[in-house]
Design a protein around this ligand. Structure first.
Ligand SMILES: [Mg+2]
Length: 202
């Protein structure tokens, strides 16, 4: 019997090398309202965090401090910028073969705090949407990662008893642990396939 009956993938930084794009889109729309965001800071502190939480921190740390609602008001522009840039989605070349192989043996889901609009179109554009029975996105739960809710919902929808979670960020890893699931923590989308196959064969 395989150890796991499902694989629950985080999206950004696990299936898609999209975190640099998210950061650049936020930086573009925050600069005109006086807030600065740099990649090193984003990578170290904000990857995997809910956008509103990130903006509250950026607003509080600005000098002088800013009203975070003014930053949040830029969200539609950030989303539009992301949609523009993600038209050529940075998936790994080996991802279709990996998903083809895994989907024969495991139920697969994407579990992300990003909006469905940021996940489903890029997957569909590369004909990868069909590998996932379930997408749990930011709209689907009230409490985001690090709360356990997104991973619990995905497991329930898949009827999975022993899912493996693949994550790249501290809030995501905390969410999966809070749900009581095993986690494979990866540093980047690039190393994910090898790490995952090693984990599954171990
Ligand atoms: Mg991530």
């Amino acid at each position: 019997m395989p150890r796991f009956d499902a694989i629950l993938f985080d999206f950004d930084g696990v299936l898609l090398d999209s975190e640099p794009i998210h950061c650049a889109c936020w930086a573009d729309v925050l600069a005109p309202v006086g807030a600065k965001l740099e990649w090193e800071d984003y990578r170290a502190r904000f990857v995997g965090m809910d956008d509103r939480e990130m903006l509250r921190m950026i607003a509080a740390e600005a000098d002088p401090p800013l009203d975070w609602q003014i930053l949040w008001a830029q969200f539609p522009a950030k989303k539009a910028g992301f949609r523009q840039r993600i038209q050529d989605p940075p998936f790994l070349p080996g991802l279709p073969a990996l998903l083809e192989r895994l989907s024969g043996e495991y139920k697969l889901a994407v579990v992300s705090s990003s909006s469905r609009m940021e996940i489903e179109p890029p997957l569909a554009a590369r004909n990868l949407r069909r590998y996932f029975q379930v997408l749990v996105t930011g709209e689907d739960v009230e409490h985001h990662k690090p709360a356990p809710d997104p991973y619990l919902l995905a497991a329930r929808l898949l009827d999975a008893r022993a899912p493996l979670v693949v994550e790249d960020s501290p809030p995501g890893i905390a969410s999966a642990h809070a749900a009581g699931f095993e986690v494979l923590a990866v540093n980047s989308a690039a190393e994910m396939p090898d790490r995952l196959l090693t984990c599954l064969s171990g």
